[in-house]
Design a protein around this ligand. Structure first.
Ligand code: UD1
Length: 375
């Protein structure tokens, strides 16, 4: 049986890693890993393959940067050739980036069944590029694996047939639990001067910002950075800066006297360690809301909505929006010890990939001989 998976951008790599490991352990399954090349540099792509022990992609489409239409169209065009040549029995896509949607579309047009891992998440905010990717991908998928209960409910509400929906748990958390011990050996806090050898780290916050809605308007970005730097005098704010955000910051005057520590994007293990020991995380990322929930670290999400409500209902996440006063007040409350302690959402137990691959083998195992007989 041939399974072709597509990845393209940083958050895909942690999601595909446990699935690739499951496929590799199965005799009779050939797993073909395709990288669209949307994220191409060491910091956003290469280091993750090493840290996560991911096999090198079999094929890199080298699409690179560009507008959304460009990235989707080029990935779609180049994938069609790959799929016609390799003839997979199933195409698997993860998450909600441009490669996810392009992969689902290329496969569906060739009548190859699609499995979507992290199906059904909805922010109900159509201005988010990822929301469009999620909805299109789900419509085209035959197997929809939800990471949390809201995903199942959204798919049902959209009329998806019950037998296509599976509550499988969270593959990103499989990866986190697998690597947490190794991440504890990271020296990043020592290197940043936030910890002395053999001592506990000093209190610090972690900040990430990269959503177009938060960083593309310089006035908005500056407002957010000023708010975060005024949370508490002396509080270090470790800030790994995404390339999109770095570009926008170059046009801004430097923030004087702020505790902000801008850094290049961090590797997986170093970033996991930074989150794990932080007093507080502030972010607009989707994945980080989930990771902090499992680490039990308080998270303030600088957005008006989340497609991951389980992190608020069960976890440590609070939606604080974009109002500077609200952000600062919420952060101070957290630092004073007032925050939801949280627990893990159901099935975020490190075995999601196992359940997903088990389900696929069960379903495809029966269908595969017939499909082969036709070709
Ligand atoms: C993409 C995903 C987003 C995900 C994010 C994580 C979509 C629609 N968006 O957004 O869901 O949360 O990745 O990082 O797919 N760049 C580099 N090096 C690279 C790649 C990009 O410097 O290796 C630069 C690009 O030139 C561009 C900026 O980073 O200026 C943004 O990259 P892009 O791929 O357009 O989208 P992201 O904002 O990263």
């Amino acid at each position: 049986m041939k399974i072709l998976s597509i990845v393209g951008a940083r958050p895909n790599f942690m999601k595909i890693a446990p699935l690739a490991a499951e496929f590799q352990a199965l005799p009779g399954v050939e797993h073909i890993l395709v990288h669209s090349g949307q994220h191409y540099d060491e910091a956003l792509s290469g280091s993750f393959f090493r840290d996560l022990g991911l096999p090198r992609p079999d094929i890199n489409l080298e699409v690179g940067s560009g507008s959304h239409a460009f990235q989707v169209a080029e990935t779609l065009k180049r994938l069609e050739g790959v799929m016609l040549e390799r003839r997979p029995d199933l195409v698997l896509v993860v998450g909600d980036v441009n490669a996810t949607m392009a992969g689902a579309l290329a496969a569906a047009k060739l009548c190859i069944p699609v499995a979507h891992v992290e199906a059904g998440l909805r922010s109900f905010d159509a201005t988010m590029p990822e929301e469009i990717n999620r909805k299109v991908t789900d419509v085209l998928s035959a197997y929809l694996f939800a990471s949390e209960a809201s995903g199942v409910e959204n798919l049902r509400r959209e009329g998806v047939a019950e037998e296509r929906i599976f509550l499988a748990g969270n593959v990103m958390i499989d990866t986190l639990l697998r690597h947490r011990e190794a991440s504890a050996r990271s020296r990043v806090l020592l290197d940043l001067g936030l910890q002395a050898e053999g001592a506990e780290p000093c209190p610090y916050a972690v900040l990430t910002l990269h959503r177009p809605a938060n960083v593309d308007d310089p006035a908005m970005l500056e407002r957010l950075l000023r708010a975060v730097s005024s949370i508490r005098p002396g509080l270090a704010v470790v800030f790994p800066v995404h390339p999109r955000t770095r570009e926008r910051m170059q046009a801004m005057a430097p923030l004087q006297g702020a505790g902000l520590m801008p850094l290049p994007p961090q590797g997986y293990l170093d970033f996991l360690h930074l989150m794990d020991r932080a007093s507080l995380v502030l972010t607009d990322s989707g994945g980080i809301q989930e990771e902090t929930t499992v680490l039990g670290v308080p998270c303030l999400t600088l957005r008006e909505n989340t497609e991951r409500p389980a992190t608020v209902e069960h976890g440590t996440n609070q939606l604080v929006g974009l109002d500077p006063q609200r952000i600062v007040a919420a952060a101070r409350r957290v630092l004073d010890g007032d925050f939801p302690r949280g627990r893990r959402p159901p099935l975020w137990d490190g075995h999601a990939a196992q359940r997903i691959v088990g389900t696929l083998m069960e379903r495809l195992g029966a269908a595969a001989p017939a499909a082969h007989a036709r070709s």
